[in-house]
Design a protein around this ligand. Sequence first.
Ligand code: BES
Ligand code: MN
Ligand code: ZN
Length: 476
Amino acid sequence: MKFNFSNKNINEINDEAIVLGVFKDDISSKQDLIENVDLSSILNLGDFSGKKKQLMLLYNVEGMETKRLLLVGLGKKENFKSSIARSVSAIAAKNLRSKGISSFSILQMGEFSRETAEGVILGLYTFDELKKASTDNNEIKNVTFIGGGDFNTGIVIAEAQVIARRLTELPANIATPTYVSEEIQKIFKPMDNTDIKIHEEKWALDRKMNSFLSVAAGSDQPAKFAEIKYYGTDKSEKPIILAGKGITFDTGGISLKGGAGMGLMRGDMGGAAAVIGILYAVSKLKLNINVIGLTPLTENMPSGKATKPSDVVFASNGKSIEIDNTDAEGRLILADALVYADEFKPHTVIDIATLTGAMGVALGEHYTGSFVRSDELWQELEHAGIQSDEKLWRMPLDKKYKKQLKSTLADLKNVGGRPAGSVTAAMFLSEFTETKRWAHLDIAGTAWVTSAGDITIKGMTGVPVRALTQFIINSC
Ligand code: BES
Ligand code: MN
Ligand code: ZN
């Protein structure tokens, strides 16, 4: 898809279609834009009121070069907000695509230029690359954004989320740790402000990352640990560190999962994919801040070499872990990533992980469970979640839950039983970072959706690329 920007008047644009948002019961305010259409007479016919998400296509409007004018309802002006701007842009774009149109122009929805761009790109996102022939979907090749708004930020953030969606969606025979590492190299090659290191297992061994390596032990695919460094300001400024769970496939290991729905465990690297997407956005937007992305990447497989329940390993901070259940592997790989993160003396550490099924049970697919050590950091994250419409909900990090992790063999065990499974997982992670401004985001419920929405197809969502990119923008 190619993007263009124009400041032309609506009547001078020559495209296949133009999209114009109109508020409910306020159509006349757009009258000056399209002077040759008698909007109020259309309103009187009752076909179109500007109700939220309503569409009406007008043809051959006198005085307009463009033959199609798609009106999209924004709903009542007083209720209008950024998330509606995203939705209606997506709905309009998809409607034009379904008509076989390949190029259109769009005006920003209300005052939201960024969200208009995001809605168009996220709404049109599909995952067809593994299908032989072109699919039922016609392709939009050109989008022109009309008016002087900041569409570019929205384009970059949406592209970043598309990167995350795609990497998460790709099946595990393709998206191995090696493949994901190569994709990272490819994505950041054109950027001159990032420094990429793909560490091998030997590096992890030298750093005594035995918790991470205990998960990789059962897999024939070599594990990788990617480090993506972006310096947008003086190197002495403390970085924000993002650590993403990168399990390219989670079988459960020796504590093998049941078969039903296991294929979705290709998405168990959604945290890593989000980190990659966010670093893309930060680097593309050249934000005035330092950010480091860390992604331990491995499969979790059963085999003769796999870790067994009750095996004890020593993590890189020296703590011993009884691996009571090999299916609680995400916290094992993140433990060593968090220890490593602390070495950078970070300003803030945020880990992102499809960590516990219990999180999806608790909050479903609309809110990401957030475990945050600092109240101040929580307020910043909550705000960014609202701004980006990727909502976060705070969960407890209370040492009362710690005793569920007591082990007879080691300093702690990696599971805490059924009660509050997401909380004990977070408590486990808290043993591996000292950073005050630390947050753990459990995206197990939000990383994929079971039915399509306005700006998501059924499948991987790329959450929380928008929320955390917004958080970083706010931190600059
Ligand atoms: N990747 C899963 C968590 C998960 C489950 C994410 C469903 C998305 C949807 C994680 O590695 C896991 O298996 N967790 C276990 C932990 C348990 C053994 C304490 C779980 O949630 O069952
Ligand atoms: Mn697991
Ligand atoms: Zn997992």
